[in-house]
Write a protein that binds this ligand. Structure first.
Ligand code: FES
Length: 105
C-alpha cells in the first residue's frame, strides 16, 4: 500500500544537511542539496548506524556513514564504497507547497 507522509516543512532542513525522521515504522534520512530533497533508509546497511548523522556529499549526491566510511547514492540507495555491500531503501519525495512529503510502500 502506498502512503504519503508529511515529514516537515521545506525550511526545516538546511541545504547540505540531513535529518532523521521516524514515521509510520520507517526510519528515514531526509537529505537536502540545494532545493533538491532525497529520502533514504536512515539505518546503514552495514550496522545500525544513523546515516543522517553522516556527511552529505553534495557534488556526488551521496551521504557518508560516519562509522566506517561507506557512501550511499541518494538516488538509488546503493553503497558506493566498502564495507557496506547492500543498498538502503529509497523513498520518493514530493514537495507540495511548503511541505516535504515522502511516499512509502
Ligand atoms: S556502520 Fe555504516 S559503514 Fe559500517
Amino acid at each position: 500500500m502506498t502512503v504519503a507522509l508529511r515529514l516537515c516543512s521545506v525550511a526545516d532542513v538546511e541545504p547540505g544537511a540531513a535529518r532523521r525522521f521516524d514515521v509510520d515504522g520507517h526510519r528515514i534520512a531526509l537529505v537536502r542539496i540545494g532545493d533538491d530533497f532525497y529520502a533514504i533508509g536512515d539505518r546503514c546497511s552495514h550496522a545500525d548506524v544513523s546515516l543522517s548523522e553522516g556527511e552529505v556529499l553534495a557534488d556526488e549526491r551521496e551521504i557518508e556513514c560516519w562509522k566506517h566510511g561507506s557512501t550511499f547514492d541518494l538516488k538509488t540507495g546503493e553503497p558506493q564504497s566498502l564495507p557496506a555491500t547492500k543498498p538502503v531503501p529509497v523513498y520518493e519525495v514530493r514537495i507540495e507547497g511548503d511541505d516535504v512529503i515522502v511516499v512509502t510502500t
